[in-house]
Design a protein around this ligand. Structure first.
Ligand SMILES: C[S@@+](CC[C@H](N)C(=O)[O-])C[C@H]1O[C@@H](n2cnc3c(N)ncnc32)[C@H](O)[C@@H]1O
Length: 255
């Protein structure tokens, strides 16, 4: 097993951004984590990236302002082209969505720029650091007001710990896919993320919790090959190229 490394390209004293400093201090608390690979959080160019030191790769960063995600926002085909939005929104574009498995915030971002207010929950401490870092830069940008209104990372790690007043119109779940024999199917740029997070073995717990809540709509993203869970509550599906979005409404009291 390995420990998390923290790599800095500048002296800590020169951190002028208090939030970046707070992220650094929080990252230090994770140094004793046991990891399957020699992973590192790299602080460089005002950005925190996750990288595997045993392979040559570009660190994984969360960037809502440039790159693929921003391009998708600018040139994507809107609500009807985005399967995740078709599954989550129903008719209300101003929906409040709880993204219970926020990860790197990509789905949350798509839902947000199409009009939803997304509250994100993420339990993996290392993932939270890079997600908070992406949000920090987005909040500080010219589009800061948009991001502050539409993308909110909750302090509690999981929806079952949430005690706030917000009532979501939809709970969105995108847990890590069950393992397949051909692990090469995981895209190269996501392998480090998979090595870090592993499998989410409590998907049933998460889905059951969401179906027991008073939320009228629950959406579970699954790979095409996965069986449909909780068939009795399934009310629809949106099928995309390699994934499926199963849509649920709690229709009766579950055991
Ligand atoms: C497949 S990734 C989500 C990717 C995300 N939809 C995106 O677009 O970037 C799954 C994430 O959900 C998180 N997760 C799984 N179960 C969770 C739970 N019960 N509470 C909070 N986070 C959870 C994992 O730590 C992981 O980061």
């Amino acid at each position: 097993m390995h420990k998390l490394e923290i790599i800095l390209d500048q002296a800590v004293e020169s951190f002028s951004d208090k939030e970046l400093l707070a992220l650094y201090l929080d990252a230090l608390k994770l140094k004793e984590l046991s990891l399957p690979k020699p992973l590192a959080l790299v602080f460089a160019d005002n950005t925190i990236g996750l990288t595997d030191l045993s392979v040559k790769e570009k660190p994984i960063i969360v960037d809502f302002l440039a790159g693929k995600l921003a391009h998708r926002r600018q040139y994507g085909g809107g609500k009807h082209a985005e399967a995740v939005a078709r599954a989550c929104f129903k008719d209300a574009t101003k929906a409040i969505i709880f993204d219970a498995t926020a990860g790197l915030g990509r789905d949350a971002f798509v839902l947000a720029y199409l009009g939803a207010k997304v509250h994100m929950f993420e339990r993996n401490e290392v993932v939270r650091i890079i997600l908070r870092d992406g949000l920090r830069r987005a909040y500080q940008s010219e589009q800061g007001d948009f991001f502050k209104e539409h993308m909110i990372l909750q302090e509690v790690r999981s929806i079952w710990d949430y005690q706030g007043e917000v009532k979501p119109d939809c709970i969105y779940l995108d847990p890590m896919y069950p393992e397949r024999k051909k692990s090469a199917l995981v895209k190269k740029d996501m392998r480090t993320f998979h090595d870090l997070v592993g499998q989410d073995l409590d998907i049933d717990k998460l889905l059951n919790f969401a179906l027991r809540s008073s939320c009228p709509r629950v959406v579970l993203k699954r790979p095409q090959y996965a069986d449909v869970a909780n068939l009795e509550c399934l009310v629809g599906q949106v099928v995309a190229k390699s994934q499926r979005f199963d849509i649920y409404r709690p229709v009766k009291k579950l055991d």
